[in-house]
Design a protein around this ligand. Structure first.
Ligand SMILES: [Zn+2]
Length: 368
């Protein structure tokens, strides 16, 4: 491929709740490396947490919901990768070893090299210090460096880039609700928290054939709850207007819950106290609250299976892309806001529900 820019713009987190746009040189590429021209990068649901952190993750090149076109690749990379120059791809944030048992199963999230809980500096885009070469290691940029172990997913030529950025959050929802806690035919499923991942879980449960899907949120989530029926939810509940357990009883009658996915932090386990009461024997729970003990007595009595979130597998992103490219759902309604590189601060704040109202999925377009 002839010709590439000499300089690349990238937004880097340089302070607590502060990003700065830097101009960096095009890197010298090894034979097993390449470059991706970024078309769009979504803002992740957990990104505001990285953005707020004071000393951990500083400086850091944020942005990991990356969609783009392969713009350069060395001759070894051409042999290693199942993609060619000019192909459009989603890349996952994990930069794994590709040879451990987890990697061989497509579970790059658990590779010791990419594991979030595996050490001080997990190798995953969105969390890498850009001080060291190749510097261009975050998705809020015009181009990103592709090392030999990049995880690619091919996407169709006609898929709008901003829809493709949903592959990661919808992939999370798909993973959590199906692979993690077994939503499927005949199941009654409760999802709490209508963020991009909670809505992704609604899509995943619908795609997997769940019988009844209930989505719960708060009054400030009104726009998200209103969209949910178009994505497959049968019922939506506002827990500020009606306690969760009352809403569930009203909707379910004498039935119970087979699957619960609580994407919220659930401080104090308030949600848990309510859905535990309506969980069926043998139900599967997906929980994220870390500030209360595991209710072993209830787990034993109701023979429950409990899991928590650890990213997503290769399969989940492929499934999300199948759902997205089916065009069966009006996913363009999830993409509510677009910002340029010099507005990354606003993009992250919007995702956190600050300064900008009504955001569901926010996209950074580096060419805007
Ligand atoms: Zn590995």
């Amino acid at each position: 491929m002839s010709g590439h820019p000499q300089q690349v713009r990238i937004a880097i987190k340089t302070g607590m709740q502060e990003t700065t746009v830097r101009t960096l040189p095009w890197p010298v590429l090894g034979r097993d490396e390449g470059m991706l021209r970024i078309e769009a990068c979504g803002v992740g649901g957990a990104e505001p947490e990285v953005y707020r952190a004071g000393d951990k993750w500083l400086p850091v090149a944020m942005g990991h919901q990356i969609v783009g076109t392969v713009a350069a690749m060395g001759e070894e990379a051409a042999k290693l990768w199942n993609v060619g120059l000019g192909e459009r791809v989603v890349i996952q944030e994990y930069l794994p070893c590709k040879v451990c048992n987890w990697c061989l199963q497509g579970e790059f999230r658990f590779c010791p090299q990419a594991d979030f809980f595996g050490g001080a500096n997990p190798r995953r885009y969105g969390l890498i210090d850009p001080t060291a070469a190749p510097h261009l290691v975050g998705g809020f940029a015009e181009y990103i460096h592709l090392p030999w172990n990049t995880v690619f997913h091919k996407i169709p030529q006609d898929l709008p880039a901003e829809l493709a950025t949903l592959a990661i959050p919808i992939g999370n929802g798909v993973q959590w609700v199906t692979r993690d806690v077994n939503a499927g035919p005949g199941k009654t499923v409760l999802i709490i928290g209508p963020g991009q991942q909670g809505l992704g879980a609604v899509l995943g449960a619908r795609d997997a054939g769940a019988e009844t899907i209930i989505l719960a949120g708060m009054t400030r989530d009104a726009a998200r709850l209103a969209l949910a029926p178009e994505l497959g939810a049968d019922h939506v509940l506002d827990v500020e207007k009606e306690p969760l357990i009352d809403g569930l009883r009203r909707v379910l009658g004498s039935r119970g819950l087979d699957v619960v996915v609580d994407t919220t932090g659930d401080p104090g386990g308030k949600n848990m106290d309510q859905y535990l009461e309506l969980a069926n024997y043998g139900a599967w729970l997906w929980v994220n609250c870390m500030d209360r003990g595991v209710p072993v007595r209830e787990i034993k009595r109701k023979f429950l299976t409990v899991r928590s979130g650890r990213g997503r597998s290769w399969w989940a992103v492929e499934t999300a892309l199948r759902i997205i490219t089916s065009r069966k759902f009006p996913l363009e309604k999830m993409v509510t806001h677009r910002f340029g590189l010099d507005q990354v601060d606003t993009a992250i704040k919007a995702t956190a529900g600050k300064e900008v109202e009504g955001a569901i999925h926010v996209v950074v377009d580096p060419w805007m």
